[in-house]
Design a protein around this ligand. Structure first.
Ligand code: MLT
Length: 327
């Protein structure tokens, strides 16, 4: 919401060439000697999983080790976040964090089993992208106004699926209720993948889905796109309306980034940063992610740390102002 996201090109060179003292270089050279894992706190098929797989595959080439994706879904990403937060800070466990686990959940959950600031060492912000409101073709709605009209004539009967309580897809629905003054029932799943399939199967009436997950389904006619959650038009569908055309002030940007457990040695963080920024800058990864509707970004660990803190403050205010109930 309103953040200026730095472009990868500027940052890759600035940070990757940082020189290390000789002893630290020797230690960094001894790592990695075995495969790494990226904990993805959602089921396969959602944005977090798509981004982690694309980056992990590319980074593994530079690291000379396999990068395994470990899906630990549940509780709006809190289960996976806790697994990563408690893992040994040895450079072999990484976390694919996002706006939900790092910025929304602290304000939404009364008890969070990790601290997004204290427990992680940020490596780089990776991507940012608006979500897309999708409905099954059977729902008689082509615009957000149509959806709001149905919700008003049938209060409490429309339902929306999400990737879990506190996920970006949940908050997008909660903001629709609050700014649209409608009552829509939230049905949480364990990730955007299963939650989007619930819309295709007609189990729920709508979802704010990740673009990477929903575009193929929109293009094959299994879903209808109603609006996106960004503030300006999206490259993949310049004519698709923004939620804030109808509901001023509405904006949800789903961002993802790579982190390690706090205490991971600085020289390992530097190497991981260099490899992930290189992966983000590769033509192949950029093409793939851009096609999926993601805006590729990269920044330094310090910038990412400040970004998380500011996003956390912002979402605390949004959740309080919208009176979104705590979990
Ligand atoms: C979200 O909606 O918060 C994420 O896209 C969840 C996911 O990656 O499955």
């Amino acid at each position: 919401m309103g953040h200026r996201l730095p472009d990868i090109g500027m940052l890759a060179t600035a940070f990757a060439v940082a020189s290390l003292p000789a002893a630290a270089q020797a230690q960094a050279q001894a790592w990695p000697v075995k495969s790494l894992r990226i904990v993805v706190p959602f089921a396969p098929g959602g944005s977090t999983d798509i981004v982690a797989r694309a980056l992990g595959a590319r980074a593994s080439e530079g690291l000379g080790q396999t990068v395994v994706i470990e899906n630990r879904a549940g509780a709006g990403g809190n289960i996976g976040a806790e697994v990563a937060a408690r893992a040994a800070p040895d450079g072999y466990t990484l976390f694919m964090g996002h706006v939900g686990t790092l910025a929304i959940n602290p304000a939404l959950y009364r008890k969070l089993p990790y601290d997004p600031i204290r427990d992680f060492a940020p490596i780089t912000l990776a991507i940012a992208s608006p979500l897309m409101l999708v409905v099954p073709p059977s729902l008689p709605a082509k615009t957000l106004k149509d959806v709001l009209a149905i919700a008003r004539t049938r209060p409490g009967q429309l339902t929306y699926s999400s990737a879990g309580s506190g996920s970006a897809s949940h908050l997008s629905g909660a903001l629709l209720e609050s700014l649209g003054k409608v009552d829509v029932l939230h049905v949480p799943y364990k990730g955007t993948g299963p939650a989007t399939m619930a819309v295709v199967g007609g189990e729920v009436s709508m979802m704010f889905s990740g673009q990477g997950t929903s575009w193929p389904l929109v293009n094959s006619g299994k879903l209808r796109a109603i609006a996106h959650t960004g503030s300006k038009s999206i490259p993949n569908a310049p004519k698709l309306a923004a939620m804030n055309d109808t509901l001023p002030g509405y904006e949800v940007i789903n961002w993802h980034g790579v982190l390690a457990p706090a205490g991971t040695p600085a020289e390992i963080i530097r190497r991981l940063h260099a490899e992930f920024v290189k992966a983000l800058g590769s033509t192949e990864v950029r093409a793939r992610l851009t096609e999926d509707g993601f805006q590729v970004v990269g920044n330094t660990p310090d910038e990412f740390t400040r970004f998380i803190a500011s996003e956390k403050d912002k979402w605390a205010k949004v959740i309080a102002a919208a009176k979104i109930p705590q979990e």
